[in-house]
Design a protein around this ligand. Sequence first.
Ligand code: TYD
Ligand code: MG
Length: 454
Amino acid sequence: MATGKSRYICQSCGYMTPKWLGKCPDCGQWNSLMEEQLESPGSKKRAGEKAAAPIPITQVKSESQSRFPTGIGEFDRILGGGVVPGSLVLVGGDPGIGKSTLLLQVASKLSSHHKEILYVSGEESAAQTKQRAERLGTLSQKLLVFTEVDLEKILDYVEVTNPPVTIVDSIQTVYHPELNGAPGSVSQIRECTDRFMRLAKSRNVAFFLIGHVTKSGAIAGPRLLEHIVDTVLYFEGDRHHAFRILRAVKNRFGPTNEIGVFEMSPRGLAEVSNPSKIFLAQRGERLAGSVVVGSLEGTRPLLVELQALVSRSNYSMPQRVVTGVEYGRLVMLLAVLEKKYGMRLGTQDVFVNAVGGIKVDEPAADLGIVAAIASSYRDKPANPDTVVIGEVGLGGEVRAVSQPEKRIKEAQKLGFKRCLISAGNLSSLAKKVSLEIVGVKTVQQALESLLEAT
Ligand code: TYD
Ligand code: MG
């Protein structure tokens, strides 16, 4: 199909070039450029697509009243209070993480108190989808399963029946018959998403598109999609743990950085309304290297156990391995400990874990990371009833964090007795709390107060 109308498109990031290249200059992937036809075919207007005309802003219908909740609290919160009619939501995540399960549950919940909901399955047969629904205990007369991958047929059906919500599982399996390029290629995904978007807006119906994520972490094919759609949700988690986190990374109709926590069970996903409790459930008593930090995900406080292990290295280049913590941050904090507090970490391997498969990438976890490392290095357990909150600067000073009260209240709710926090936060703490607040100015003070004498 080498015509003048084709381009080479990076299947990872959507970068376009007229000439083939071995390595994408934008995202650095090797061998990701594929030849694709550029022209989008059949962009003719479909019947029923209204021509838009300008209207005074005062007469624009507000959307907030017309949202409809799904009844799954964690999911509604992420969306900003429910599904917005006419919105296009992309739900991304690793294969097998539970996207189909989540959206099938959402679909059947919706169908139980709304009109018929359409579930388009391009990945599994109708029988497989039914089997899954049976397992979830969510069979419903008003949940329609449509095993179809042809974009035109899906759009035709939606146009005729107008389901308020359509779920497309997955966008990588849908294809436009007139467009060259295999299903899942950048041009197919982009064209299909664009068409769903137009129908969503013209008919005021909502679409949820499921998208698989590539190894490098982008929704397969295009980051481009993120710009087209209204809302991007990522479903993440460690496959070896039951917890799943749904995160809004973009939302035109609600908050971003908000998370919802679910637990995968044999009967589907259950909402977790008190995640801190679960993340701390398996905490051992008085272990050197274990510290609980008060972090914040969006507006939601979350207590997470950080574990560090410092042990003598057998390599000339000692290892630094992180899970759920930022590598760059760790290296910086190690340098502070080495330079300011004389810990000889250059000959030690350092491992840091956020327990439970969660990610803590907030600077407010710095003091916790430092404390966990120091605790393991000195082999002194940290006080188990203390929660640690604070950002660490390059000079070893402990800096104030945002929204300290929320974090402290969460610690109090879970029965902690003490909270180490930057002295800079003390003045802004308005109300009295029942747990002891210790303000610290430096890492030194924090460690003295936290690590128990043996
Ligand atoms: P799935 O929703 O198929 O993932 P995705 O659509 O993101 O690829 O989820 C697959 C995993 O979830 C699979 O390993 C089985 C597990 N699972 C449960 O543990 N309980 C359940 O009730 C269901 C339906 C799936
Ligand atoms: Mg699936």
